[in-house]
Design a protein around this ligand. Structure first.
Ligand code: ADP
Ligand code: ZN
Length: 722
């Protein structure tokens, strides 16, 4: 037999099928070790065939299989082929997406446990060997048992029986399942009428995709869980995708409580071993539900019955490394393969998704009310220009301070949202105007008061805070713009008794990360939570009755066609954290631009109104979904080479543009807005396409561009144009 093998080396020269001889223990999807070049390499068996075009005597043999089971299913293999063709990247790179990284590096610690099994039931035992008799009878009832447990119960009898061959001891692999603590299973909840109806409509539609557009707190999660439970009962499996940050203790506990260890939870907080074991549990069918962030869309489940993408609009669903896939596209391919449903949920669907739903491509379901008709929290827009005029220099308006005081008095909790971490945005010398900048990136540095240093938010570099301006020696330093640290400092001054937690990239490092902070806030160990957009997502804190959005303009004026959409989403999501239980919530939205239509729509929770306005504008200006933005990025540490690469790629793209100009709305070469990040120079060719026809050739041009120190890649409708 012959195995077609792709070697696990990412290089265009070896990105092809190699034939190897093999025996019948090898099957498609297995990882194998093969002779390669002068050494060996790991590879993936893509197909088994009977004959090769290669002369049989020259055919090398597969050395061994890495595992006894095929790590990749037939579906994975066919999906991998399609993705490699779509994104024009080496197949090995795509195949790796389907495996836990730990598997490839071979660095997973395995845990074993010894199990005792009754081997021979008919060996006569001496009458006085009571312990041995009791053990045999125990095993008759239980078929098998953990050896450690038996030793504890029956002492030396276990060894005696093992020596006689009555009991056989087997070493077995144990698969760890994290978050086992919530072992008490919770029953399914009774659905509300609206939820019941949504479930029924998803069940009965002939469309593959359903968009559930439900306001925050409308009970979307319960709809997903009901649909998943139904598939499980029918013997099928499920994939439940959430933004990484939504894998909160509450969500995990809720899933474990409902599904026990049928749910495998894949997220970055797990240890390598835990992640590998969860993957194995899915691959072996012991676990039926894959829960996780973006990468869980590649979960190795078979007989897929449903895929759910919660918070569908979230930016984390786009991959930022090659292949730059959108999770939805992969999910759709898998749903079509398995003929199962794909459910998208959001309170603020992305404009692209909503348009497809509106056009009838997806089924559109609306849940306009919260569970038990709880009112949406009232949003008060506060004009910060007036605060400045009144001589209030603090980050909190008078209205917000008053509401904060009342909230604390009542013993409730509040969330303050600000999209900037650190102490100040920039540090400027008041005498000469010097701005502290990163040596490796073309960006200004942020002051962090806790460790009294300057940090680069792009590469993480840290700098000592200079005692005086390095240019003019002046000592009048201005801290411009508020960050979360400074807000916490100001709050401490205003409310010395309040317990304050901060959640941003600086406080969520480490394995536990944000889980610890959310747990603590959830347990009411703090009164106030100050944070960046991390606090906005999906959390359900029943005692939060006030949300303050300190600087709504921050994301509004981001130079990006999506800034309006992102602001609307952010405001709605943050506001949605308020008043989720008995007490009605409030939201204070501070802005220097109170007439802004996006903020106005957001304050009224008018998604439809916002959508109409936004889609009309996108159409008038020919931005997505009416055109596709394609950016070819050229980045490298050697500026000369990067420029040469840019020139080469640009010339080819220009020829393509000349040939197919009717597909292009815009074509331009320039520096990327941030010219250097982490010592890499950045150039771009920016295009806007009205027709995707040239896309494959754009990928082709970039795949051909091979330089030593320069990376060339394509981004489609990038989430971030910096
Ligand atoms: P969403 O995901 O739409 O923001 P959630 O699923 O978090 O909403 O539900 C909001 C709140 O309503 C949660 O506290 C949840 O426990 C509760 N809830 C959801 N469904 C039901 C139900 N059928 N009966 C009672 N409470 C429910
Ligand atoms: Zn930097």
């Amino acid at each position: 037999m012959i195995a077609e093998v792709i070697v696990d080396i990412v290089h265009s020269d070896v990105d092809k099928i190699f034939d190897y001889a093999c025996d019948e223990t090898v099957c498609a999807g297995m990882r194998v070790v093969v002779p390669f070049g002068r050494g060996t390499a790991t590879g993936f068996v893509m197909r088994i065939k009977q004959t090769s075009d290669f002369p049989a005597e020259k055919l090398k043999k597969i050395i061994r299989a890495e595992e006894r089971f095929p790590a990749l299913t037939e579906e994975c293999l066919s999906l991998a082929r399609r993705l490699a063709a779509r994104y024009l990247c080496p197949q090995a790179l795509v195949l790796r997406l389907f495996l836990p990284a730990e598997m490839r590096t071979g660095k997973v610690g395995e845990v074993y446990r010894t199990t005792a099994v009754l081997a021979k039931d008919d060996v006569p035992l001496p009458a006085n060997a009571t312990a041995q008799r009791a053990l045999v009878s125990f095993l008759r009832d239980n078929a098998e048992a953990d050896a450690a447990l038996l030793r504890e119960k029956f002492g030396g009898a276990l060894k005696a029986l093992a020596d006689k061959g009555v009991v056989r001891l087997e070493k077995r692999r144990v698969l760890r399942a994290p978050y086992r603590e919530a072992e008490t299973l919770a029953p399914e909840r009774e659905l509300t009428r609206a939820q019941e109806e949504a479930v029924e409509r998803i069940r009965s539609t002939d469309k593959t995709v359903t968009l559930v557009h439900g306001v925050t707190g409308s009970g979307k999660t319960e709809i997903y869980l009901a649909l998943i439970a139904e598939q499980l009962r029918m013997g099928r499996t499920a994939i439940f995708l959430v933004p990484e940050i939504s894998l909160t203790p509450q969500m995990l506990a809720q899933l474990r409580a409902r599904f026990g260890t049928s749910a495998a939870i894949l997220h970055s907080g797990l240890s390598a071993g835990e992640r590998y074991d969860e993957w194995r549990r899915l691959r072996e069918g012991e676990a039926k539900i894959a829960v996780g962030a973006r990468s869980a869309v590649f979960a190795p489940v078979e007989h897929l019955g449903i895929i759910v993408i919660d918070e569908e609009h979230d930016g984390s669903y786009r991959s930022e490394s090659s292949p730059r896939y959108h999770t939805f596209d992969i999910a759709l391919l898998r749903a079509e393969y398995h003929r199962c449903k794909l459910v998208l949920g959001s309170a603020t669907p992305s404009i692209e998704t909503y348009r497809r739903a509106e056009a009838g491509e997806f089924q559109l379901l609306s849940l306009p009310e919260r569970i038990n008709r709880r009112p949406m929290p009232a949003v008060e827009i506060v004009d910060m220009r007036q605060e400045v005029r009144r001589g209030n220099p603090s980050p909190f308006s008078a209205v917000l301070r008053e509401k904060l005081a009342r909230c604390l008095e009542k013993g409730n909790q509040a969330i303050l949202f600000l999209n900037r971490r650190g102490y100040s945005q920039t540090v400027i010398c008041r005498d000469c105007g010097y701005v502290a900048k990163c040596e490796h990136c073309d960006v200004s540095l942020t002051y962090h008061s806790e460790d009294d240093c300057l940090k680069c938010h792009y590469c993480g570099a840290r700098y000592r805070m200079p005692p005086a301006c390095p240019v003019c020696g002046g000592i009048h330093i201005n801290y411009v713009g508020m960050g979360t640290q400074r807000v916490v400092g100001e709050l401490k001054k205003l409310y010395p008794a309040a317990r304050i937690l901060r959640m941003d990239n600086d406080t969520t490092n480490g394995k536990e990360g944000h889980l610890r902070i959310l747990k603590s806030f959830s347990a009411r160990e703090a009164d106030l939570l100050v944070g960046t957009q991390m606090v906005a997502k999906g959390h359900d804190f029943p005692f939060v009755t006030l949300v303050g959005i300190l600087d709504a303009d921050m994301s509004l004026h981001f130079p990006d066609y999506r800034s309006g959409e992102r602001t609307f989403q952010l405001v709605t999501q943050v506001a949605g954290r308020s008043g989720r239980a008995e007490e009605t919530g409030e939201v204070v939205l501070q802005t220097y631009d109170p007439e802004n239509y996006i903020l106005r729509f957001a304050a009224k929770y008018d998604y439809e109104g916002f959508y109409r306005h936004e889609i009309a504008m996108r159409e008038a200006t020919a931005f997505p979904p009416f055109a596709k933005i394609v950016r070819v990025m050229v980045t490298g540490t050697d500026d000369k080479e990067a420029l040469a690469a840019l020139r080469e790629v640009y010339e080819k793209l220009k020829a393509l543009y000349a040939e197919e100009s009717e597909c292009f709305l815009f074509f331009n070469r320039m520096h990327a807005p941030i010219r250097r990040i982490q010592d890499k120079y950045r150039y771009q060719v920016l295009m806007r396409l009205t027709d995707e026809k040239p896309l494959a050739r754009i990928y082709g041009i970039c795949a051909e561009a091979e330089f030593r120190h320069t990376l060339v890649y394509v981004e489609e409708n990038p989430a971030n144009l910096s």
